[in-house]
Design a binder for this molecule. Structure first.
Ligand code: CUA
Length: 151
């Protein structure tokens, strides 16, 4: 059946795969790093919007297309948790949020999701990091995180 070296290679492959899966789960759970998810495609994701679910809970439907992101400005209070749903209307674009560990690809016919918490007020630039044509370098948006309004 199996040659001895084949068996060795097979075991090594399984171990490396197991280690790889373990590393992702470890990063997700222990380090609380959000691993981007791929969601089933749905037309509603093509409509850019910001949805407020609760006081500090938002959803952003981000749509990339040559050469802009919509919405181009997202305003939220500090302490907000935001679910980003990202898609593209044309070619592959990148979605990189400064100072956040976010690096997604916007793909036509696909949805990528990630969750980010914004504790510090400030302006967080979003830029495209996949070369997408002549306007690539101008493709950006921003997230404005305000101090929480005093009640
Ligand atoms: Cu979009 Cu580069």
């Amino acid at each position: 059946m199996f040659d001895k070296s084949e068996k060795g290679a097979l075991i090594a492959t399984c171990l490396i795969t197991a280690l790889f899966i373990f590393s992702i789960l470890y990063a997700k759970n222990s380090k609380r790093i959000d691993v981007p998810e791929c969601l089933p495609y749905n037309k509603t994701y093509e409509e850019p919007k910001v949805v407020k679910l609760d006081t500090n809970l938002y959803q952003v439907y981000a749509v990339a297309q040559m050469w802009q992101f919509q919405p181009s400005q997202i305003i939220i209070p500090a302490g907000s948790t935001v679910d980003f749903f990202l898609t593209s209307k044309d070619v592959v674009h990148g979605f990189d949020i400064y100072e956040k560990n976010v690096n997604l690809m916007a793909i036509y016919g696909g949805i990528n999701k990630t969750t980010v918490k914004f504790n510090e007020p400030g302006v967080y630039k979003i830029t495209c990091h996949e070369y997408c044509g002549i306007g690539h370098h101008n493709m950006q948006a921003e997230i404005i995180v305000n101090y929480p309004s005093s009640k």
